[in-house]
Design a protein around this ligand. Sequence first.
Ligand SMILES: [Zn+2]
Length: 67
Amino acid sequence: MRYKTAMNEAFKPATDKYLEMTGFLETNHLAILHHRLNDFGPECVSCGHLLRTPKASYCANCGTNKQ
Ligand SMILES: [Zn+2]
């Protein structure tokens, strides 16, 4: 458990910033590293959600085709 405590302390600035930005207290820093903006596509022209990938042909949120 010492390792886990040390890792939580080492990444506390990242989890604190994530909480500030999203309002969600994520305690697993690996989950934060997993969600990179570069992995998503542009914003949907209809609803504004990010497309799932840069190559996505439609919005998974509202179904609008990419234009
Ligand atoms: Zn959409």
